[in-house]
Design a protein around this ligand. Structure first.
Ligand code: NDP
Ligand code: PYC
Length: 351
């Protein structure tokens, strides 16, 4: 740990602490194993949490150690779960996470997914029975590195009201897409189909800030900018009104009933107020461009580059551009800044 940053006065506590990426990884690993998680499960999670801090995705960095620990204390997590892979046909591989966390199941299943997609052109990875709390971009990025396009989606707990309603039905249901680029970072987007991830609203509550309008409602369905009201009494809202609502429904269906796993409402009912991470399934699709092109798939990829140019040459930014810039900064500095209060809360988890 380096010297604290942003010290307002010599008497004031530091606003931020500087940690090397190794320290983030080590802290994550120690917290998770301290709470009984097997080394394999903990390593897979620590990698994703470190990547979150590295890319300045704060709602899915070390902040998640608080909810992971709560999940280990109150959920029915199998701490030493070993994912079980089953072949469901030429284009489908399923991994039963055995009620461990999703990350290890993804690591195991993605290898088989890549073998399958190289033979079939399109293939699916189904993950069942996993505790899930992470961002999806690390997963699509890991696949895109192998030259495929990828799509991932998962439900969560029902915290989000449908457009026109006021009762939570959907999870925050993230969807991520990745496309391999020529000589550039991949094109990757990854967002909740709620106006914003729940983790982001939780960070607003921690810092006592008012929410932007449009993120949530109170129990009567009126717009609310109070984080606690939205989180505890009312509901979150989908992005883009009925369009986000429909996308969220699609995710519930494809990563729920289609794969024989829980919807967000079922996941929340199973949790029964324990406050553990959602427990359900995930669907990941991969597309090998060589099977789809009319002939010259390299030329097709250059045409995709023109599309990206058309976005960026007018000053618009690509999704993940901020993240890749943050990554370069973090790797260049060899360290990241984390809020001191959060750091000390996480350290408490080791007691
Ligand atoms: P945002 O609303 O911030 O959207 C994130 C995506 O939009 C990123 O790809 C981001 O790129 C891109 N983006 C943001 N601003 C712009 C812009 N001005 N122009 C172009 N692209 C932009 O995030 P969310 O709150 O919706 O989600 C945050 C994370 O939470 C996601 O990683 C998601 O997977 C995770 N999550 C996980 C859940 C789970 O159940 N496991 C549930 C819900 C969310 P960039 O990163 O470069 O800013
Ligand atoms: O931030 O919405 C969220 C979330 C749900 C599960 C994991 N992250």
């Amino acid at each position: 740990m380096r010297a604290p940053q942003s010290v307002a006065s010599s008497a004031a506590p530091p606003a931020c602490i500087t940690l090397t990426l190794e320290e983030v990884h080590d802290l994550s690993l120690r917290v998770l194993t301290h709470h009984g998680l097997s080394s394999a499960q903990a390593q897979a999670i620590a990698r994703v949490i470190t990547a979150g801090e590295r890319d300045e995705c704060h709602s899915h960095g070390i902040y998640r150690l608080l909810s992971c620990t709560r999940t280990l204390q109150h959920g029915a997590v199998v701490r030493d779960a070993t994912p079980v892979v089953s072949d469901r046909g030429p284009g489908v591989v399923a991994v039963d996470a055995q009620f461990g966390f999703s990350q290890l199941a993804f690591e195991v299943g993605s290898k088989v997914l890549l073998e399958k997609v190289a033979k079939t052109g399109v293939a699916a990875l189904v993950i069942n029975n996993c505790y899930h709390f992470s961002a999806l971009w690390p997963e699509v990025e890991a696949l895109v590195e192998h030259g495929v396009a990828a799509l991932a989606m998962t439900p969560s707990h029902s915290w989000v009201a449908p457009a026109g309603g006021r009762r939570p039905v959907f999870g925050t249901n993230p969807i991520a897409f990745g496309w391999p680029r020529v000589g550039a970072h991949p094109y990757v987007f990854d967002f909740a189909t709620s106006a914003v991830a729940r983790g982001e609203i939780e960070l607003y509550r921690r810092s006592g800030r008012a929410l932007p309008a449009g993120w949530g409602i109170d129990a009567d369905g009126a717009s609310s900018t109070d984080a606690a009201t939205v989180l505890d009494q009312g509901a979150m809202l989908t992005f883009g009104g009925y369009k986000g609502s429909a996308l969220s429904t699609m995710i519930e269906l494809l990563a729920g009933p289609l794969i024989g796993d829980m919807t967000s409402s079922e996941s929340r009912a199973k949790d029964d107020g324990a406050g553990a991470a959602p427990c359900h399934g995930e669907l990941v699709l991969a597309f090998d461009p060589r099977f789809f092109s009319q002939g010259d798939f390299l030329e097709d990829r250059m045409r995709a580059e023109k599309l990206f140019e058309g976005i960026t040459d007018q000053g618009a930014r690509l999704p993940s551009q901020r993240r890749f810039a943050a990554r370069e900064r973090s790797l260049g500095n060899g360290c990241v800044q984390v809020p001191a209060a959060l750091y000390y809360d996480v350290r408490q988890l080791l007691l």
